[in-house]
Design a binder for this molecule. Sequence first.
Ligand code: GLA
Length: 494
Amino acid sequence: MKKAALNFVVLVCCCTAALAADNLAGTWKSVEVTSDGTRVATYFDITQQGDVISGMVHFAWGDLKLIEGKAEGNKFHFAAHQNNAHFSYDGELANGQLVMHDRSGATLTAQREPQGGFKVPTRIPPPALHTVPKNGLAATPPMGWNSWNYFHGQVDDAVIRSTAELMARNGMRDAGYVYVNIDDTWAGQRDAQGTIHSNKKFPDMRALADYVHSKGLKIGIYSSPGPETCGGYEGSYGHEAQDAKTYADWGIDYLKYDWCSAFRIYKDSEMRAIYQKMGDALHATGRPILYSLCQYGKANVWEWGSLVGGNLWRTTDDIRDNWEAMSANGFSQDELADFAGPGHWNDPDLLEVGNGGMTAEEYRSHMSLWSILAAPLMAGNDLSTMTPEIRSILTNPEVIAVDQDPAGKQGKRIKQATQVEVWKKSLSGGAIALAIFNRGEAATKASFAWSDLGVSPPGSLRDLWERREVPAGDQLEIEIEAHGVRMIRLPNPQ
Ligand code: GLA
């Protein structure tokens, strides 16, 4: 009898163990070792009720709700969506770990977090607000190149060197593209003193900065006020002054500072104080380091960006290499015109010119729009395969001159008729630039009375893409390709 009872207990224990093994509830951490040897962590906070799974996935850049979650024995499926980002995972619980495949087919392994629960670092209170002294940089909108749009996580020392070398001899440097900026994925680990080191893609940052400088160019870097960058690399949280000093020691000339995981610690209303912290830190180094705020246009950044020492601030979500995304970013800037000026600029994001997702005509529109907006011109393409046509779009001196006009006035939309929009930018010395866009799907003709454009009839005008003087006529009459642009300069309009 006693023995039978014992057997019964053992049986119950086995059943409980089998059930427990099937239950995915808990926090699971998946550490992906990227090609550069750094580690990017993703956390899955899972609740399981019967065969229904719910919970959250925590990426460095955001927290998403798990949807479509279901379990069947040891197998499971769940997904997460945000805007255009879709994540889905199929896997099984095997040997106490989650082994899963994501949409790309990559295998992830997640271990159970022994402490349970996703941890947010202790909050460091934001500083009191004040005005950070100006650094005197960016009298005209910054121009250069940034690694993100084309290279993403594949940027390394060799890419930066070859880009700098190409910029010095393909006409870009001489056209004004001066900054060579490393975006996300360069950071490695901190040492015992808390000093940040680059990962093995960048063996020697100071030597790299020296090389870029030797080409007559400047070098930029990227970090986040949060503990992690958007890609999950080490951010500057709690190390602002130390990191600014490290950048200055390396010879860095430009910092893009990307909100990313700071959202877990601070509210949007605290952004000014948090950006001020790095503004102060950069100022304290004594090295002129151009300061680029990247927080996707939240919290009316244009109202306080220059007060934290910012030279430019993102006003939009990330651009993508298609007509719709480019248009959404560029054509939405009208109301922000008054906030831009010498030393401080609205930034509708990096250029996509040459990345292959748009036609040459669309890229001309992209370049024209950014120039009429006095937006930063940060090329984002692979310069080693750039065609002559793309190079001529990026380096057209007359279009660049509109962007770089010393008066620093951001252009505004002055006419909108069906698919045609006219944007006007006042240039120094009383000249005027007009960009007339056709946002429609078919070529069109448009005509405007000079008085409707707020200008006196000019004798002649300059077509900035055809690069020739053309007779002005009694009114402005133009043909514009689908998704195309005409850009003109009126030298003596008054
Ligand atoms: C954010 C920024 C991008 C880029 C990536 C890098 O999405 O908006 O410009 O810096 O992070 O992870």
